[in-house]
Write a protein that binds this ligand. Structure first.
Ligand code: GDG
Length: 492
């Protein structure tokens, strides 16, 4: 079993005297103003939950985009701040981006081109030469900052996500004495879908400077190998899962990401969580016998309109559930500068209004839409009070909400309805798996979930919990990092 202690031990032993560097767009610690003072928040994403303790026990540098309003006020002349602020253990190096850079690299190339390209959700990617140039420029800027941190030391560098496809190349050209692993948090589509990317050769060349390249599932690894095979001169060893270009090999492996199972379970099994459940029931006016929840960023890949249409169909097909079922959708605004995100927000709002108007009776409305973010303890309480949690992504690398729901259910109750197009569906086979493009099928799945006898619910949830307990976030980091630490350094 992978635990935080085992992960820290492995890293400490294998890292020896090498420097450990993590690179991500989002920071593990962000500074903002609160009235007269500056406060520091630490958004507890899966990545931060797994890697912050590792960094705290081994030291090293985390390089990220300094995006907090008060970030510049607290760094030293080298753009460093020691974190966690109350008991410093490692260095956070902030990279500053101008508005223009953020627009081109983050909103443009990463989220209007690569995001829709990698997710088969039928949203057309937008390719803009100047966004690509900005993406290249920002990748170079990050490479320069990392090289500056490393100097002439040997370092293991763990790069996160699709914002940095060109970074491995720029970094290795500057510092030959680094070994890099790159984890791609979103799907890799089939070669047919990827071939429309106008700068595909350059992007793939950049990624193939990595020693290790990780995706959530084997299918994405296979898609990647196939894409490389069709795009460039290379040698592919499918048995070993390696690509060799110009004598340099990259190992391509699946590492399914997960959640802090024990942490979530423990926090969900407390009187505080029970009190929060009561409070939220009242706050959202959840008075019905059956409750469903959905928790997502407001993103067109998450299949929220499809889910709402399925609820509409469910109430038509099974009228006995009228006034007995309420669905709470937490939809957190995301990437709001992008038109497709404004459109999905509008569509979700309008569909909710229509469905509530069509089915609503007296004080009862079938859908409660909450377009704002909630703290983790509120999400845990919502997971606990739901009879069914619905995840209907049109395409999703993994989907952590599904795993968080399972981790929160220490009562071994509740049913998970899960899209078969999420990475999570490969592991969570005791969920009710659905095709989110088939609205009628989803309506039947909802009915099946709500009518499921208690012994069946408990049996399924116990199996789901065993799965997430074993394949937890520490296993993800442990497996990826032990694979990374096996690479030899090329002595300069
Ligand atoms: C990408 C990939 C992959 C949501 N609402 C609130 C809130 N959340 C948290 C959830 C969960 C996280 O956000 C969402 O994670 P997902 O995995 O569901 O989706 P993406 O954001 O698209 O993540 C995905 C992931 O990277 C990791 O590799 O699984 O496939 O697309 O943890 O709880 N958190 C808080 N308030 C909210 O209102 N605090």
């Amino acid at each position: 079993m992978w635990t935080p202690a085992r992960l820290q031990e492995v890293v400490k032993t294998k890292l020896a005297d090498r420097l450990f560097v993590v690179v991500s767009n989002r920071e593990p610690y962000i500074h903002r103003y609160a009235e007269e003072t500056v406060v520091c928040d630490s958004p507890r994403s899966g990545l931060v939950v797994a890697l912050d303790p590792v960094m705290q026990s081994c030291g090293g540098v985390w390089v990220a985009h300094g995006s907090g309003p008060a970030d510049r006020d607290v760094v030293d002349s080298a753009d460093h701040i020691e974190v966690p602020p109350e008991d410093p253990k490692y260095t956070l190096r902030r990279v500053w981006l101008s508005k223009e850079e953020e627009d081109g690299y983050y909103y443009g190339c990463s989220n209007e081109a690569l995001w829709p390209l990698c997710h088969i959700a039928y949203t057309r990617p937008k390719f803009d030469e100047s966004d690509w140039e900005m993406y290249r420029k920002v990748n170079e800027k990050f490479a320069a900052a990392i090289a500056d941190e490393i100097g002439d030391r040997s370092a293991f560098v763990f790069i996160q996500d699709y914002h940095y496809a060109l970074l491995p190349r720029f970094l290795k050209e500057r510092c030959p004495n680094v070994v890099t692993a790159h984890f791609w948090h979103i799907p890799w589509p089939n070669a047919e879908a990827f071939r429309i990317f106008p700068w595909k050769e350059e992007l793939l060349q950049g990624m193939l400077y990595n020693d290790l390249l990780g995706f959530h599932i084997l299918y994405h690894c296979q898609n990647f190998l196939e894409t490389v095979d069709r795009t460039m001169e290379c040698l592919i060893d499918r048995e070993q899962s390696t690509v060799t270009v110009g004598g340099k090999s990259t190992l391509v492996r699946p590492f399914p990401i997960s959640v802090d199972f024990e942490g979530i379970s423990q926090a969900a099994d407390t009187p505080e969580c029970a009190a929060e459940m009561k409070r939220l029931r009242k706050h959202f006016g959840l008075k019905t016998e059956f409750i469903g929840v959905g928790v997502d960023r407001l993103d067109y890949t998450k299949g929220i309109p499809e889910r709402l249409m399925a609820i509409d169909r469910f109430l038509e097909k099974y009228p006995a559930y009228r006034k007995r079922f309420t669905f709470l959708q937490i939809a957190v605004p995301s990437r709001t500068h992008i038109d497709t995100y404004k459109e999905i927000d509008q569509r979700v709002f309008e569909l909710t209004e229509e469905i509530n108007w069509k089915h609503g009776e007296g004080a009862w409305r079938p859908i409660v839409l909450e377009r704002q973010s909630h703290p983790p303890h509120a999400l845990r309480a919502l997971y606990r009070l739901a009879n069914v949690c619905v995840v209907t992504s049109l395409h999703d690398g993994m989907n952590l909400v599904a795993k968080e729901f399972v981790a929160a259910r220490t009562d071994e109750d509740g049913v998970l309805v899960l899209s078969q197009f999420t990475g999570a569906s490969r592991e969570l086979t005791d969920a009710i798996l659905v095709n989110p493009f088939a609205v009628d099928q989803m309506a039947s799945a909802l009915a099946e979930a709500l009518a499921m006898p208690e012994p069946d619910r408990k049996k399924r949830m116990a199996k789901l919990r065993d799965q997430v307990r074993f394949n937890n976030i520490y296993r993800w980091a442990g497996k990826a990092l032990s694979t990374l630490f096996r690479f030899e350094f090329v002595e300069a």
